[in-house]
Design a protein around this ligand. Sequence first.
Ligand code: ZN
Length: 297
Amino acid sequence: MNRYVRAALSPTKSLFETASILSPNFFWNRVNRLARSQGFDRLYFCLSFDCDTEKDADVVESVDSKLREMGLLPSYAVPAELLKQQVSTYSKLRDKGAVFLNHGYQIHTVINEQTGHYESCLSYDALTKKEVEEDVFQGHLILKDFLGETPKGFRSPHFGTFQRASELRFLHSYLKTLGYEYSSSTAPVYSSLYGPVFRKFGLWEVPVTGTASRPREIYDSWSFFCAPSRRWKDGDYYKEAERLVSVIKKYQLVGLLNCYADPSQVWNRAEFFDAMALLSKHAESINLDQSFSLLDR
Ligand SMILES: [Zn+2]
């Protein structure tokens, strides 16, 4: 879940964010051109889930089964503190071949008992570098033990608040020392700057995908279904999938769609599964661990 995408911080990034707001066509045209210049000749689709609360474990198996029946290959990012507590559930997904990303150690989201809203209780931008390293490392140790091998990928908790180039460079350089190959911790604007998978800060980075009509905004379950001040209405999630299909057709889009959601926010929403089914018809499904290897040749 990613609730606060910090405002643009560099002039170049700011320029592209402004252009994307004024013209979604500018954004998609540029992403497509970058992807083609990187060597992509088709469109891939991957879907990942941040499992940030206990509620996610209650529904994740049924969500996973439905999506696998559609031919999708979901990947999971679970804070290690939760993974330890709910290991029997997540072991079943691991044994089905699901990919897991290190999502740090500490629980970083709580559900407010009174309002029912999801609230952040930890973000890396509020920690010292040493504290970030400690959280990444503790998450690494537990996930490595759980998987029986070194994880390949990482996703920062609430990554929208940890988007500065200096933060990403620091993160990637530390992940590299632990043996990681990629991170998927950047907002959609990065795909319009460097392409759908890029190597700029040390490791491969795989930005998440934006909405078709407002491509700098993340196409995620939090924004569409849970944000207290959300502007999206019921039905908009599916409409945005249809608009994305129009973009795919208009540009003969190649590259990678990297969507993500939280299981507890979508498990009972038919429009989420309908949207995923629709997108999967227009792109080749892969898991996140396969994303960086598309260009690592
Ligand atoms: Zn998270």
